[in-house]
Design a protein around this ligand. Structure first.
Ligand code: FAD
Length: 410
């Protein structure tokens, strides 16, 4: 094996992607500093549904979605809302989103996501072992349940594409669902069980555990906001310039602004999403359960039951509006026995999303020492560690074991 030259690396962003990149770079012997403006692991990587979604290759943009948008928007319990004032900023992203809903594009995008998902568990397991964090993950699969035959029939395309991509799942009937999740009311006729998916008991705490391991290994975390760059060899924060040899931009849905400063444009915006923490019901769920008709996830976590909702398009700046998420709590209360609706806490997060659902991963054009790892969207918590591993491979000149063409920048 060729020896890796020890270099200074600056990672921007202390979410799952940045901390994973930091750990993998550190494993190669580099001198790594993470720049994070907030507390580590308190951003989008904290409040998500906690699913390591190895099966999650289906992009949001699927055939027919554009035609369904008006109905989704008008439905007070629908999975989509828009902050209309933000619409002009979003138009190029939306046009690309619509183009990506062509069937051949969806299949190609699903294959590209799938190639990373396939490698995701191995990358997670490397970090989980290093951080001694096995107790923070539950490996019991994930369930999606359908009340009606019609909505299950609507999942046929999704299942066909998952099969083509080699994603593993099992179709269940009403009795299987009852046995697997006795806490669910007996109103679900069909289910899809994602055998390979796992669940995090507290995603934010896991990121913090990884960060602690990084610091124990000699890594530095600097609580500063990156505002720009000095060529490829220094990043600028409000406190001054920090020299470095390698830069990794892993700033979630804020990455586009940083990339723009280096002369590249990327199609990255945010699909905002909310969670509401509820007390565990009398009998808690054994695993995360997606309620297909409502685009809602119910994830049993160490500190309660987390309900996460669909998508709000509105950029990074607009303040939260919990109306829809709260309305949903009452709406789904008949799904689980002994469901408790008392809100414990709430949260808004910013999925870093490309219109295709395929993330960016690789060096920036004309900046061979600046790497971008962003755009994991709905499965960014899943893809964080593998993205970090691949960045370290590229820095080391190692074969990442996957064709990176679909993720390239520019
Ligand atoms: C409701 C909801 C449910 C979800 N459920 C799942 C799920 O079950 N499974 C899954 O795989 N994914 C899920 N996701 C998606 C997932 O949470 C995100 O894709 C993922 O957390 C993104 O991680 P990241 O590290 O790339 O970005 P982030 O976690 O957003 O981290 C980026 C960090 O960069 C910092 N930063 C930004 N700009 C700067 C700057 N200029 N200087 C310094 N620091 C900066 C931010 O403060 C932030 O901490 C969900 C998302 C939402 C909203």
């Amino acid at each position: 094996m060729t020896e890796i030259r020890r270099r200074r690396a600056a990672v921007i962003g202390g979410g799952i992607t940045g901390i994973s990149a930091a750990l993998f770079l550190q494993r190669d012997g580099h001198d790594v500093t993470v720049f994070e403006r907030d507390e580590i692991g308190t951003g989008t990587s904290m409040g998500n549904s906690g699913v390591i979604s190895i099966a999650g290759c289906i992009p949001t943009s699927v055939p027919g979605i554009v035609g369904r948008v008006p109905k989704m928007l008008m439905d007070p319990y629908g999975p989509l809302s828009i902050r209309w004032g933000y619409l002009p900023n979003l138009l190029p992203w939306l046009v690309s989103f619509a183009r990506n809903s062509r069937e051949d594009r969806v299949r190609a995008n699903a294959r590209a996501k799938s190639a990373l998902l396939e490698l995701s568990h191995a990358a997670y397991d490397t970090l989980i072992e290093q951080a001694d964090a096995e107790s923070m993950i539950s490996r019991r699969g994930v369930l999606k349940v359908f009340r009606s035959n019609a909505s299950f029939a609507g999942a046929k395309f999704e299942m066909d594409v998952m099969r083509e991509c080699g994603r593993k799942f099992t179709v269940l009937g009403a009795d299987d669902i009852r046995q697997m999740e006795p806490a669910l009311q007996p109103i679900f006729e069909h289910g899809i069980f994602y055998d390979d998916n796992s669940a995090l008991r507290h995603p934010g705490r896991l990121v913090q555990r990884f960060a602690r391991t990084f610091v124990e290994g000699g890594g530095k975390i600097v609580k500063e906001t990156v505002t720009g760059f000095q060529g490829d060899t220094a990043i600028r924060t409000q406190a001054g310039d920090h020299e470095t040899d390698i830069i990794v931009i892993a700033a979630g849905s804020w990455s586009a602004d940083l990339v723009r400063q280096l002369g590249s444009r990327i199609m990255l915006d945010t699909e905002r999403g909310y969670h509401i923490m509820l007390p565990h019901p009398d009998t808690t769920l054994n695993r995360p359960v997606a309620l297909a008709e409502h685009s809602v996830f119910l994830s049993p976590m160490e500190h309660g039951l987390r309900m996460t909702t669909g998508v709000e398009l509105g950029g990074n700046e607009a303040p939260p509006d919990f109306t829809r998420a709260r309305r949903m709590v009452g709406h789904i209360s008949d799904a689980v026995k002994g469901f408790r609706t008392a809100e414990q806490s709430n949260w808004l997060g910013f999925r870093p999303s490309t219109p295709s659902g395929v993330p960016y991963l690789g060096a920036l054009p004309r900046h061979p020492n600046v790497y971008l790892a962003a755009g994991g969207g709905h499965v960014g918590m899943t893809m964080g560690p593998v993205s970090g591993r691949i960045v370290a491979d590229l820095v080391a000149g190692r074969d990442p074991g996957v064709d990176l063409t679909p993720y390239r920048i520019g």
